[in-house]
Design a protein around this ligand. Structure first.
Ligand SMILES: [Ca+2]
Ligand SMILES: [Ca+2]
Ligand SMILES: [Ca+2]
Length: 413
């Protein structure tokens, strides 16, 4: 397994480094960041669920997903930062050539931030600056900009993890940021402000830096008063043209605040009791599909284990449909798009068993399609009373499936 390190503009720019060794510059030790263990991804993962009793066909799909992801691991490592980081660390440590070492460090920092360790990323970027200084390298303005913006992003991420995730409230992360959502632990945003102001001093037209500076100041309650006029995005730019209600985040108070990657979501009544339930998926290869039943107390109870779904992972997109016309909603789980060549992953159709459980049945109805599926829609295109299926795929032709009923098999059109 080998990860291609030399990629991105950084490597091009690093080759532009002025190789003239300047008068020996004092190499300063990099700043050392540490992230409270409470703010680390491992601590934020939801606890394991009881296994429940998945149906035999569901267990087969679980095993198939597991083996597919394992087989595709080398192709998907660009998306799996926890695997990329140790490889890049070795590459950086072993590199003798300084440009290769810097290129590895730049990629390493990005993956460290993506795996939820912005503190490690910031230390890596500090090491890069120390290396450049000790080797008398004077990076181009483009290279300086790239490194600075990566540092700013890592600092903002540090602030998000320490405030918006760990000390989360109903107003957290809602834009424009209200007084209630201002950061109580300011070091992330404070550091980002310093870096972004340095960037704007050098390149005043950098709109990304300007935007992020305004956001960072907002998180500390320093918007708009403490932003220099030439960098300020005025409050009028954020004002709605129409009256618009604010939507506080109530996920925590109703039992839906699971911490995972983005994915699909369906809100509908899966047990026909008149109350809307929730199904949510996560794009990650270990992202558990979850089923929540609306309870009588205004909240939701997780019923993933009871529904026989533990082990079903990685849904990019979900859609509900009553594919077999029995009056009970079933669930499509679509997978594969945006994973590059590693995205040939099977999709799921979960039949509602009318008793709170679901059974994987994509293969039994002729829908064991393995494609880079990014979206699905269900409609009865030929008015025969049976819902048909259209899959939108990335990097492969779209697929139309006709629902052949009454045994509810499908055929590709
Ligand atoms: Ca319900
Ligand atoms: Ca059904
Ligand atoms: Ca039809």
């Amino acid at each position: 397994m080998h990860l291609k390190l030399v990629k991105g503009l950084w490597c091009v720019l690093i080759l532009e480094l002025t190789s003239v060794v300047a008068a020996a510059r004092q190499a300063l030790p990099p700043p050392v960041f540490t992230l409270d263990p409470l703010c680390q991804v491992e601590a934020m993962r939801p606890p394991p669920l009881p296994p429940g009793k998945p149906a035999a066909s569901t267990l087969r799909m679980i095993q198939r997903l597991r083996s597919t992801f394992q087989a595709n691991e080398s192709q998907s490592i660009g998306f799996l930062s926890h695997l990329a980081v140790p490889m890049l660390q070795r590459e950086m440590d072993d590199a003798i050539d300084i440009q290769r070492k810097l290129a590895a460090a730049f990629e390493l920092g990005m993956h460290q931030a993506q795996m939820g360790r912005p503190d490690l990323a910031l230390n890596t970027y500090g090491l890069m600056e120390e290396l450049m200084s000790s080797h008398g390298l004077n990076p181009s303005i483009g290279a300086q900009t790239q490194l600075r913006m990566r540092r700013a992003a890592a600092l903002l991420r540090l602030g998000e993890q320490e405030n918006c995730i760990i000390t989360r409230g109903p107003e957290s992360c809602l834009f424009p940021i209200s007084t209630a959502a201002q950061h109580r632990l300011p070091r992330g945003s404070r550091g980002a402000i310093s870096v972004l102001e340095e960037q704007l001093t050098q390149t005043p037209d950098n709109l990304t830096a300007r935007w992020l500076l305004n956001i960072a100041r907002m998180t500390l309650g320093e918007y708009p008063g403490r932003i220099r006029p030439e960098w300020l995005i005025p409050p009028s730019a954020f004002a709605s043209e129409h009256p618009m209600a604010r939507f506080p985040d109530i996920a925590g108070s109703v039992g839906l605040d699971v911490n995972d990657l983005a994915g699909g979501a369906v809100v509908d009544d899966f047990d026909n009791d008149g109350f809307l339930d929730v199904v949510a998926s996560s794009w990650g290869q270990d992202g558990q599909l979850r089923f929540y039943r609306k309870n009588g107390n205004g909240g939701f109870d997780e019923r993933t284990s009871e529904a026989g779904l533990v082990g079903l992972v990685s849904g990019l997109h979900l859609m509900q449909t009553d594919y077999n016309n029995d009056g009970w909603l079933d669930i499509w789980v679509l997978r594969g798009a945006w994973l590059g060549p590693a995205g040939k992953v099977p999709n799921s159709l979960l039949r509602n068993n009318r008793d709170g459980t679901f059974t994987e049945c994509a293969a039994s109805v002729g829908l064991a399609v393995v494609q880079f599926v990014k979206a699905v829609t269900v409609a009865d295109y030929d008015n025969d009373g049976r819902p048909d299926l259209y899959l939108s795929c990335r990097s492969s032709p779209n697929l139309l499936f006709h629902n052949d009923g009454p045994v509810t098999r499908t055929s590709t059109r």
